[in-house]
Design a protein around this ligand. Sequence first.
Ligand code: FES
Ligand code: FES
Length: 161
Amino acid sequence: MTKRIPITLTANGSEHEVTVTPRRLLSDVLRDDLGLTGTHVGCEHGVCGACTVLIDGRPARACLTFAIQMEGHAITTIEAVARDGVYSPLQQAMHEEHGLQCGFCTPGIIITFEAYLRDNPDPSDAEIREVLSGNLCRCTGYQNIVAAVRKAAAAIRSGHP
Ligand code: FES
Ligand code: FES
């Protein structure tokens, strides 16, 4: 029988004790053990970007990360992006610019750009598209997502928290 190992995960500022087999994926622990189902699982092999979370503030594929690797690291999921029920500038812009249809890809896109805009709040369209190339959307032509990122960047530059 595969050994199960107790670990402590910090997700969205809260510590969670979970017991995992060594090969259990972070995406499965987030969704199934912690109930953080905003992290979506599409391809399960690192291509679609739907499972993107922040690990110590940097975007990472939860489907390519073993939960057991996360002891001592801080994970942020889409559930922690809005503050006190208020959308982040990017969430608001995605809403206003119709940057989503089914919404399956949206958490991964928002997590990716929350980190990116923090580092580069004045990206060109080419830079936005390059970053977006890591997140597949089956519904849209990406144009509205690019417009939303551009709008969010402007809001951040004008001092929106
Ligand atoms: S589910 Fe992780 S990249 Fe697709
Ligand atoms: S909005 Fe449907 S997959 Fe992106």
